[in-house]
Design a protein around this ligand. Structure first.
Ligand code: GDP
Ligand code: MG
Length: 169
């Protein structure tokens, strides 16, 4: 039986959460719409350290515009992908809010992967890969992974990172 790993995305509207998830889910992209809660999720089978994993990607279905998501979205999550747009400084600053929400509602051992999206928009860059989240101590600061959901061809290394983080829980 593959092990289920629940992956959620957090970050401001328009940073590219849905675009990235669709890339990550790739050919296994299966959208499920629940009627009671406005979330969508996708599946992808992935193998890491010879273990079969069923990655369940949960998307916010646009609810992030209300600034807080329903606690059920965060419940039982193993990995949270916190996303900002490198061409939008405000989306980086907002991560403080999103990570506070995560700490409040997600299990305490939920892992965070920090992604700077829209790396193809280098000429509009407002956030440097060396910028730090001000409230996070140096030693605990997650590494910023810069990517472009638009030009990303093979998401394999990101899927490896997500699956390994998920297994470590
Ligand atoms: P969400 O609201 O966070 O789910 O963001 P979406 O995935 O809907 O993306 C918002 C807009 O940004 C869309 O027009 C996307 O095509 C665009 N977008 C997403 N990722 C990238 C990227 O890596 N580069 C560029 N240039 N545009 C992107
Ligand atoms: Mg979206």
């Amino acid at each position: 039986m593959p092990e289920d790993v629940k992956v959620i995305v957090i970050g401001d509207s328009s940073v590219g959460k849905s675009s990235l998830l669709k890339r990550l889910a790739g050919e296994d992209f299966v959208e499920v719409q629940e009627s009671t809660v406005a979330v969508e999720y996708y599946h992808r089978q992935w193998k890491v350290r010879r273990k079969d994993i069923n990655l369940q990607f949960w998307d916010t279905a646009g609810q992030e515009r209300f600034r807080n998501l329903i606690p059920r979205y965060y419940a039982n999550s193993h990995v949270a992908i916190a996303i900002f747009d490198i061409s939008n400084k405000a989306s980086f600053t907002s991560l403080e809010f999103w990570i506070q929400e995560l700490k409040r509602y997600a299990p305490s051992d939920c892992k965070i992967i920090l992604i700077g999206n829209k790396a193809d928009l280098k000429e509009k860059r407002q956030v440097s890969p060396k910028d730090k989240l001000p409230w996070t101590s140096e030693s605990k600061h997650p590494k910023i992974i810069e990517i472009s959901a638009k030009t990303l061809k093979k998401p394999n290394s990101i899927l490896d990172s997500i699956a390994s983080e998920g297994l470590a829980v």
